[in-house]
Ligand binder design. Structure first.
Ligand SMILES: Cc1cc2nc3c(=O)[nH]c(=O)nc-3n(C[C@H](O)[C@H](O)[C@H](O)COP(=O)(O)OP(=O)(O)OC[C@H]3O[C@@H](n4cnc5c(N)ncnc54)[C@H](O)[C@@H]3O)c2cc1C
Length: 458
């Protein structure tokens, strides 16, 4: 125990590796969009990513499909710009289905109606390539296998970013930093205030290890679902089978039904059904426990599919995520905090830079179910102020950790708005450098005009 409490002081000589306009830290959905937008708007841009490919939770975590990017009635697209560009690239590769064609309640949507129209099923390898091409074509430099370590502050400004790569520690010196680490790692180190999980008790949503299975009889799964929803309206996929197995003591997972989504490849489905509680995605011990437990649950699912689920009798495990998917950690506090009421009532803002209609989707931090509550409007907006952290002057945050409370984030965390906030942050970073001002002081009208010119929907 005394070993764990010991700290040492150590001095390093750290070489300066690059001086750039914009450093984007984290190459997930938000980071890809931020880097491409910053570079296209003329900023010298570096994208730092700890893995050897882009996409983050949507590739390393194998999370998908992209949730809805349309209004709930499916009539109007809400997220375009770089998000749609990535989809178009994947469709051209034969690796995705355009969200304009996918229906709520279909196999693409795991037979779920609410908030699940116009999803985008995609192949993970197609997404890795489409995002890579988009960022490279934009002219951003990518530093793979590079981890963010710390910041060097100059008052309320980040002067340097300390990174770790195969050559050791190094420094990046950017004018503006965009935190797209998913967890707000950079903002937290820079001293921006944040909340963790639910405000009342700090509890976070459970994590899930995704898997892809193959050799599925697609038609049989569909027939089972259609027969059962007629007999028991509202029943979810294989819910009665799971219930009976639990009563017999043959099901130990903390789930009441199976959440599986058809992929573009016939016979292949994405499985969102493991669940590990009490994991803080910023705590290395918790993450290690989650990876071990997630993989154990993945194999329990495979055995269960084969022995109990019509259409899945011959299912093969094709892949598990490189890492567990983390739904919630830090919410970085910005100049505005998006809340559940904003989402449900469809609030619009003068500085709106992204639109979303996805329901509040909370996986219960303490139990098997959750809350999926649809919005009472055609969409809500995310204000630019949610991207501007308090107390740090040259930093923007995009993606999952933007300034939102537990309920607000439970909607805005899905992939389409992560792209939209990433595109806004990258564009804002570049414009603010051109205007010689901090991102906080940027004229939002100018930003909104530029976003529209780029094809983003604001
Ligand atoms: C289990 C689960 C199921 C979900 N289901 C869906 C769904 O079906 N559809 C949907 O649209 N959304 C879904 N979501 C939400 C969505 O997937 C995420 O919120 C979204 O992908 C987050 O994107 P991001 O860019 O903010 O972060 P991420 O995609 O997590 O990207 C962060 C990036 O930063 C990198 N990084 C982190 N720390 C460092 C560091 N120190 N140094 C260098 N790089 C670093 C990571 O490797 C990663 O590439 C789900 C989420 C989870 C966890």
């Amino acid at each position: 125990m005394s070993d764990m409490l010991e700290t040492i002081s150590h001095t390093w000589e750290i070489p300066l590796r690059a001086t750039v306009d914009v450093a984007v830290i984290g190459g997930g959905s938000a980071g890809v969009a931020a880097a491409a937008a910053a570079a296209r708007n003329g900023a010298s841009t570096v994208l730092v990513e700890r893995y050897g490919f882009l996409g983050g939770t949507s590739t390393a975590g194998m999370v998908g499909p992209f949730m809805t990017s349309y209004t709930p009635d499916g009539k109007r697209q809400l997220v375009g710009g770089l998000f749609q560009e990535v989809i178009d690239r994947m469709v051209a590769m034969g690796g995705a289905v355009d969200p304009g064609t996918t229906e709520a309640g279909s196999a693409w949507a795991s037979f779920i109606e609410l908030g699940h129209a116009n999803v985008t099923p995609f192949h993970v390898e197609a997404l890795k390539m489409a995002t890579l091409e988009m960022v490279c074509d934009a002219g951003a430099q990518i530093r793979f296998h590079t981890s963010f370590v710390d910041v060097v502050m100059d008052g309320e400004r980040i002067r340097d970013i300390i990174i770790l790569d195969k050559a050791g520690l190094g420094l990046l010196r950017p004018k503006v930093v965009i935190d797209t680490s998913g967890d707000g790692d950079i903002a937290a180190k820079a001293g921006a205030p944040f909340e963790v999980g639910r405000r009342e008790d700090g509890k976070m949503m459970p994590v899930t290890l995704f898997l892809t299975i193959g050799n599925v009889d697609d038609a049989r799964v569909e027939v089972w679902m259609r027969e059962h929803e007629q007999l028991h309206p509202g029943e979810r996929l294989f819910e009665c089978i799971v219930k009976e197995a639990r009563e017999r003591g043959e099901w130990t997972l903390e789930r009441e039904f199976l959440n599986i989504y058809r992929e573009p490849t016939p016979g292949q489905w994405r499985v969102n059904s493991t669940r590990i509680q009490n994991v803080d995605g910023t705590n290395p011990d918790d993450l290690s426990r989650a990876e071990i437990e997630g993989r154990r649950q993945a194999w329990e699912l495979i055995r269960f599919f084969r022995s109990h689920c019509p259409g899945l009798e011959h299912a093969q495990l094709i892949a598990t995520g490189t890492q567990v998917g983390v739904r919630e950690t830090r919410h970085i506090l910005g100049d505005y905090v998006l809340n559940g009421q904003d989402v449900l009532e469809g609030h619009k803002f003068e500085d709106g830079i992204a639109q979303c209609s996805y329901p509040i989707d909370i996986h219960d931090p303490q139990g098997p179910r959750g809350r999926l509550e649809g919005i009472h409007a055609d969409h809500y907006e995310i204000p630019y102020r949610c991207l501007v952290p308090r107390q740090v002057n040259n930093l923007l945050v995009a993606g999952r950790p933007i300034s939102a409370d537990h309920e607000g984030a439970a909607s805005a965390r899905v992939i389409p708005p992560c792209y939209a906030t990433g595109e806004a942050a990258g564009t804002a970073a570049s414009l603010s450098i051109q205007q010689g001002m901090t991102p906080r002081d940027l004229d939002v009208k100018l930003l909104r005009t530029r976003l529209r010119e780029q094809g983003a929907i604001v």
